[in-house]
Design a protein around this ligand. Sequence first.
Ligand code: CA
Length: 545
Amino acid sequence: MSIRTLAGIALAAATTATASPQAEPSAEAARRPNIVFIMADDHCMQAISCYGASAGPNVVETPGIDRIAREGMRFDRASVTNAICGPSRATILTGKHCHQHGFATNGQKFDGSQQTFPKLLQQAGYRTEVVGKWHLSSPPSGFDRSEVLVGQGDYWNPLLVLDGKRSRREGHTTDLIHQSAVERLEAFAADDDARPFLLMVHHKAPHRNWMPHPRHLDLFTDGDLPVPDSFFDAPDRRSPAGAIQTMQIDRDLAWLYDLKIDPTTLYPDEEVSRLDRWMTNELARVPQEALDAYAEAHGEENAALAAAIDAMSPRELALWKFQRYAKNYLRTAQGVDDSVGGILEALDRLDLADDTIVVYTSDQGWYLGEQGWYDKRWMYEPSFRTPLVVRWPGVVEAGSTSDALAQNLDFASTFLEAAGVAPPADLQGRSLVPVLRGESGADETLRDAAYYRYEESRGAHTVPRHEGVATREAKLIRYLDLLDDEGDAILELYRLDVDPEERDNLAGRPEHAELERSMLDRLDDLRASYQAPENVPAPTPRPGT
Ligand code: CA
């Protein structure tokens, strides 16, 4: 199908959908593209080979995700509005910033009665389904069928809720989600319903606590992963804000829960941490074959650590933790890539590929050792930026790249336009369709600055609340609750064009005062344009979240 005919169909479909969203779809409307939206949880660009992931003597290979990039478009500057699971998902569904959809921290409950793009697609004649992680506290709405994990979901034998009915399934969660996704594609293909479909596939992996499928345990065993240059940066190198967090690899990872080593073999006289006590129970639900495989993969290294730990320097111990953590993260992510490759193969086999938009992204980026950290939350590049690749046969040029400042805010408008549905005026994102079509100047006109806001300072990892603005060249971060000696909000300012690792905070330096002033003005303008409050007290998380 040529680009021109597909665009023509989209226009025709728009007319149909706008005039009578509930009507039986015409034959022409039925040719609107299917949408398969695959999202990982916490998968960073640094771990994906088409983004140049490096693993030293080992090789990171993500052929599934790379195939989407090779046959479609790779976005190199995509970012999120709030780098944390639930709020990102709510932003994707609504096309709105967190203060508009009301889900600003993981402790809240998503108001499922509000407008979402799956509901609008459903009303416009799409079949809509979701499988995998949901994590919005309220049940999915706007889907003909939903099969979602309870809460964060477990890596093994997870509880799933299928259309409101809860049951436990046996197996590794990444593979179970994948199997369901492929079965749904087969069902769509077998059904003689001519309507297009939306299938959202939300993996739990590679979210903490990194329990790979045993088939991936022999990956990354050829030596050490490269250590990021900023690994040993002092926590307060950038500003006092950095010293408040509790997401340091050397200090905050739990031995058993995160690092898969029994702490009593290392420190027999010390009390076992809460997470490790929890993990002891969790392991009782892991299949014995998997436990045996973990023991075989890690046993020798664990014994060596127990023998050497008393003589190790803090630096050596931090590096040991980094290697163990990062390798299991990458192994867990490999299961997601297997799934992406398998979904592409299923689309080929079912003769759906030509009519289907395939998106791969993550709900945000992730710290893979940069600044000595794991986790996300910050507006700094490792967690602010997120992978995004899109294949759309006949529309997106194969092997193209974009440096548009795309955000997760944009998916709703994008999918609605692709489906020929006029995006409602209250959506805050922009459609990526002109970028995907490769229209001249589309990268630059999408947006020239992105707004960010993180609100969960009282939750896990104690990252201070902040907002910020990022352009192509610079980033300004303003802390909402941290004041300097003069009573002004603490700021950070970076020149991304010369300091992409953001190691040199320029805020407060006279020679950069003009840049600081202009970025503060941009921040104020964006906040106003998105109708975000200047500052409000942090939401209080509900107990137990
Ligand atoms: Ca996440």
